[in-house]
Write a protein that binds this ligand. Sequence first.
Ligand code: BTN
Length: 336
Amino acid sequence: MPMQRELLKILADGRTHSGTEIGQRIGVSRTAVWKSMQTLQRTLDIEIYAVRGRGYRLGGVVELLDAAAIRAAMTPAASKALTRLELLLCIDSTNRYLMEHLDTQDGFAVLAERQTAGRGRRGRVWVSPFGGNIYLSLLWRFQSGPSDLAGLGLAVAVAIARCLQQNGVTDIGLKWPNDILWQGKKLCGVLLELRGESAGPCKVVVGLGMNVRMAQTVGEGIDQPWVDLETILGCPVSRNTLVGQLLSELIETMKVFQAQGLSPFLDAWRELDRYHHQAVELHLPDRTIRGIACGVDKHGALIVEHEGVRKSYFAGEISLKPDKSQTKSAAKDMWQ
Ligand code: BTN
């Protein structure tokens, strides 16, 4: 992998580089350069354009992930708490990787340029092409058991929303428990994976996938409306700066949640709740609940009103009821 990273660094400026130049810079023959280009194409599932007599180039400029640039964008306190930062070119899933490193010290973050089997919520695949998006996992240890961490995903969603707002993104909405939407389209997803004793302690891997720059063609297979950050902002986004800011917010969130639980985040979550008072369907493994979304309780569970009765749910996938014109009162007429 080090050789591939070296090649990529040279090509990242988007310009054409001859095999001779590349070979000299990294100290290998032109044939070795050619072979490594083939491997790199396969590893990252990208096109490297080979122009006869001139050399190699990528389809455009790529800002590769860079540890120094990420740390430079972090607050000093967060940078101190980030005990280890690993940047990978390609992995199946950064969450899977961290789940196999649970014995490592707290504050271990892993990012990848590409994931081949990115994990989404409810067994979905997270589409993770090379070079434009953020695939980030952070390992944190809590003294409490899993039941006290039920609201952590909501706190994480608030942290991400704050970070986006600080970067000028308006119109952010949250979909329970932790989807970050822009004008109803998915911009960022969060997957928490936990392991621990019921009485604690508990290790948590916080996985965050954010669409920053993604070609329409690559995202064609995604089964819901989605958007990327560069489309929203209409300008290039520095992934390294954004990752640094996200890590700072996430680490601060872990500390606050550890000390005070969900309560400091509840008002912010409720303010961003996109489904509040909407007619929704909550899909559980064995049935679908239809009702009105009534926000979240103090533990982070979703409250759904059905036939005049309010119940809290900790699991499930929420969607707007297919007829989106339903208002609260219209929906009440139907179901109560
Ligand atoms: C969702 O379905 O909304 C959650 C998506 C989470 C994707 C991120 S990308 C980094 C981390 N590694 C994974 O395999 N998944 C999470």
